[in-house]
Design a protein around this ligand. Structure first.
Ligand code: NAP
Ligand code: MG
Length: 497
């Protein structure tokens, strides 16, 4: 059952064709001729077929990207022209916002309101932000020794492979392309197999925006044993930027050793969301919901461990349950939907399995806990809240990547700080309190790349994002992303007579 009427389906034309690879400015079939299906997770219907790129196709994309990097218009154009291309692309995405939002919702399952008001505008803003950086990259002069004139050049790294997950397909693409292109690199993108469509549509827009051939290449296909592995192994790729699971991050790092290419990793999380008794409880309840149920819980920085100070536990739970009960679950294309399906059957099963594991460990289901009985199709899991969890249980230690909140009571500040950090991950965390000292103290105590105080899931392209510990390394967004995509060269000029 498609909720969007056919006449309103702006992406109909795009979906009517088999999608190809973008290599050297042209749309081409995979050398093997193979294709794979991409599915609407709300209806389980096939949306369209997509070329299955493999090593041979990655080789061709790398050749094109190398040539575009070493010679041709991209290398010699002014940084102002580069900025203009990024701005053109941002404008075209904005112009096609409704179509892209529909496509993202159909392919990923997320509510159309989120696609339209979060994913698309943040994608546009990310490109505009990095367009600004293109003209602001500078080296420095260093007066270390008067016998020499010494300066540095900030240069692009070269040919960059970018491998992204399915949870924010369009936005992850923007986080990768924005800084890489602003710095003058050429790119080969491998979208996730579950959600290749918006990257491909934006690839069309990038061609329309005027990017020279070979600067942007897209090779859709599979990760291990396919295009993803070929990118991480490739001897002529200078850098790989990866977002995804920690296990995959390790494989990519191992595969990268052939030419010791630079690697940056944005991996998973198990964020603590800590509520003190002195917090604005209603705001914290809303924050807990945004923290775990946004994007069906498929968010690397999801607030999946909710630590509640014991004295407010029961009051908080009553309010939380009331709100969760009001959440409307359904097809993401329906304007009224708050929570859509998981991205795939595999993810649905994985999440349901974690709920069973938690029950086996002694947790109690306070809300949800299964697939909704009235949904005959689609990969749905009810928004689920588990109480009676302690921090050592698997449900509190392993990344579920679904709408499952583990509630853990605490007594003291020292106790909660220790438990918050007792995880292998360190991507983000949040604290809710009216005590400004406590808030800042926590911001410094929690070992994670982002801390939210009295808010959750707030982002801006100017503010860096990335992990401590096994959540990865390197910082995306802000000026920090520039470090990922540039090399510094020191030049010494002998000034002695
Ligand atoms: P994933 O399985 O690691 O896949 C991510 C990407 O890597 C996909 O394009 C995948 O291709 C590819 N891939 C898989 N195996 C590969 C291999 N051996 N070599 C090279 N590429 C390979 O992750 P996911 O399940 O799509 O996404 C969920 C994970 O992403 C979660 O753990 C989440 O926390 C993390 N995440 C982190 C951030 C962050 O910023 N820190 C943001 C979003 C998501 P296929 O699609 O073909 O498998
Ligand atoms: Mg995967």
């Amino acid at each position: 059952m498609a909720v969007v009427h056919e006449k309103e389906l702006l992406c109909k034309k795009f979906l009517s064709k088999t999608q190809k690879l973008l290599i050297d400015g042209k749309w081409v079939d995979a050398k093997s001729g193979k294709t794979f299906e991409t599915i609407n997770p709300a209806t389980e219907e096939v949306l369209c077929r997509v070329a299955e790129g493999s090593k041979e196709d990655v080789d061709l994309a790398v050749k094109a990207a190398r040539r575009a990097f070493e010679s041709g218009p991209w290398k010699t154009m002014s940084t102002a022209q580069r900025a203009k291309l990024l701005l053109n692309l941002a404008d075209l995405i904005e112009k096609n916002a409704d179509e892209l939002a529909q496509l993202e919702t159909l392919d990923n399952g997320k509510p159309i309101k989120e696609s339209r008001y979060v994913d698309v505008p943040q994608t546009v803003e990310t490109f505009r932000y990095y367009a600004g950086w293109a003209t602001k990259l500078e080296g420095e002069t260093i007066n270390a020794n008067s016998n020499f004139f010494t300066y540095t050049l900030r240069e692009p790294v070269g040919v960059v492979g970018q491998i992204i997950p399915w949870n924010f397909p369009m936005l992850m693409m923007a986080w990768k392309w924005g800084p890489a292109l602003a710095c003058g690199n050429t790119v080969i993108l491998k979208p996730a197999e579950q959600t290749p469509l918006t990257a491909l549509r934006i690839g069309e827009l990038a061609m329309e925006a005027g990017f020279p051939d070979g600067v942007i290449n897209i090779v859709t296909g599979f990760g291990g044993d396919g295009a993803g592995e070929a990118i991480s192994r490739h001897m002529d790729i200078d850098k790989v930027a990866f977002t995804g699971e920690d296990k995959t991050g390790k494989l990519i790092l191992q595969a990268s050793t052939g030419n010791l290419k630079r690697v940056s990793l944005e991996l998973g999380g198990k964020a603590p969301n800590i509520v003190f008794a002195d917090a604005d409880i209603d705001a914290a309840v809303k924050g807990a919901i945004t923290g775990i149920f946004f994007n069906q819980g498929q968010v690397c920085c999801a607030g999946s461990r909710l630590f509640l100070e014991e004295s407010i536990h029961d009051e908080f739970m009553t309010k939380l349950k009331e709100r969760v009960a009001k959440m409307r679950q359904g097809d993401g294309s329906d304007e009224k939907t708050h929570i859509g399906p998981q991205v795939s059957k595999e993810q649905q099963e994985r999440v349901l399995n974690y709920i069973e594991i938690a029950k086996g460990e002694g947790a109690t289901v306070a809300c949800g806990g299964q697939s909704p009985a009235d949904m005959k199709k689609g990969f749905f899991v009810q928004p689920t809240v588990l109480t009676g969890v302690n921090n050592t249980m698997r449900i509190a230690q392993e990344e579920v990547f679904g709408p499952v909140l583990a509630v853990i009571p605490f007594k003291s500040m020292d106790e909660v700080a220790e438990q918050a950090n007792a995880t292998t991950f360190g991507l983000s965390g949040a604290v809710w309190t009216r005590d400004i000292k406590k808030a800042h103290k926590f911001a410094s105590l929690i070992k994670a790349g982002t801390i939210w105080v009295n808010c959750y899931n707030v982002f801006d392209p100017a503010v860096p994002f990335g992990g401590y510990k096994m959540s990865g390394y390197g910082r995306e967004l802000g000026k920090h992303s520039i470090e990922l995509y540039t090399n510094i060269k020191s030049v010494w000029v002998n000034m002695m007579d």
